[in-house]
Design a protein around this ligand. Structure first.
Ligand SMILES: [Cu+2]
Length: 187
């Protein structure tokens, strides 16, 4: 075998080991579960007769009371969420302003879990009737179709997890240097 061949063989063997090692790391990374949305009210893609008084998201672990954001964007593009969201353990909710129009609503959320990871996402629901104007119909009991928390809403891509490529690149450089060093030593 030539020096080059030996170097290549040593390199490919150690490179394969590095790839395997990083694969194991990646698998371990996904096994450490971060906060994820498990339910919402209204449920994702639900159709309601009337606008609910609040919308809420439920996560699989308690969320930090700080840094939570939740918006309710209506068919008119306006923000119908009323004020700051409330964080109660695993739940984050926000009130909906009265007088909202019928149509499609998107709830966007951004929250921080106990371990400091940020979770963002959105879900949508449909409202068939316009909401009552403030104080227009006092005490009209809303016989809502409370479609509660079943389907896990889409689009909750966890924006965390360490990228693997710097690790792979680092290991590759070390491995290449080692292979060259070993070959030069032997020849
Ligand atoms: Cu996490």
């Amino acid at each position: 075998m030539t020096t080059i061949q030996r170097a290549l063989r040593a390199f490919s063997l150690t490179a394969a080991t590095a790839v395997l090692a990083s694969g194991a790391l990646g698998a371990a990374g996904t096994a450490w579960a971060h906060a994820a949305l498990v339910a919402s009210d209204p449920a994702d893609a639900a159709t309601l007769q009337t606008q609910p008084a609040r919308v809420s998201a439920t996560f699989n672990e308690p969320m930090q009371p700080q840094f939570a954001a939740m918006t309710v964007v209506g068919p008119d593009g306006a923000q119908w969420g009323d004020g700051e969201p409330a964080v109660d353990g695993t739940d984050i909710s926000v009130a909906v302003k009265p007088g909202s129009p019928a149509g499609s609503y998107t709830v966007n959320y951004r929250a921080t879990s106990a371990d400091g990871h940020v979770v963002t996402g959105a879900w949508t629901y449909e409202v068939l009737a316009a909401g009552p104007q403030p104080a227009a119909t006092p005490g009209a009991p809303t016989a809502t179709t409370t479609a509660t928390s079943a389907g896990a809403p889409t689009d909750n891509a966890p924006a965390d997890g360490l990228p693997v490529w710097p690790f792979v690149a680092g290991v590759t450089v070390i491995v290449a240097a080692g292979a060259i060093w070993a070959v030069r030593r032997r020849s």
